[in-house]
Design a protein around this ligand. Sequence first.
Ligand code: NAD
Length: 250
Amino acid sequence: MKLLDGKTAIITGAASPRGLGKATALLFAQHGARVAILDLDMDEASEAAADLPGQGHQGFVCDVTDRAACMVVAEEVIAQFGHVDIVVNNAGITQPLKLMDIQPDNYDAVLDVNLRGTLYMSQALIPHFRARQNGSIVNMSSVSAQRGGGIFGGPHYSAAKAGILGLTKAMARELAPDGVRANAICPGFIDTDITAGKLTNDMRAQVLAGIPLGRAGTAQDVAGCCLFLASDLSAYVTGSEVDVNGGSLI
Ligand code: NAD
């Protein structure tokens, strides 16, 4: 018996080939889940779904900043898959801006994808989860929320990711009586397209020196944590924020 046998999952922002969402989709599929990959481009989402082992995975186009689109896609996935057990709110963007350089449209863009998207996709699934008295919501925050900044994200990214932590705890509290869990993951410095090629060798060495485990994280490191939070292994875990950062905050 695999950890996610018979379960189905929606993962947002999961088409990026080296991204955390794609690695999570792969691990979920390896553990028996049927996965819906949501992203901005239909071809990329379908290609990512076709890469997964097992049957029935599917790509869907969905801009998570569009509440109506989230509702439509959630209904479509429920209709096609029969039910949904897990949502991983992973879609995110960042902008390397300093405090005084943030313009209203920067603030909107970063809060919209990271924070509104997390609310909208969750709202699209909560009635279904409640009706089934079952569901796991996994929200992608960041070490930037905890440190008030990171290497790449600006203050608006920290604000959005910190908002996700508060939202997750509120979700966990409100949904617990319905058997629905919500948890957040705070990845540290992970090698993906968001981080690739953006540091000089010296800067990278400096960053790694601040990580007790002495290396950057991998997408698989984050996927492993998603698997735990999505599966029944974490049946008594809700409202938590799990650090996947090599010990950066010790
Ligand atoms: P990535 O850029 O590789 O993937 C992000 C995906 O989100 C892309 O496929 C993109 O198309 C999609 N996306 C963007 N806007 C969208 C929208 N409006 N609707 C739907 N999809 C949208 O990034 P990644 O490194 O895999 O990051 C995944 C998540 O993890 C993000 O939320 C990011 O903030 C968070 N995170 C990453 C790191 C890191 O070091 N890589 C660290 C902490 C947190």
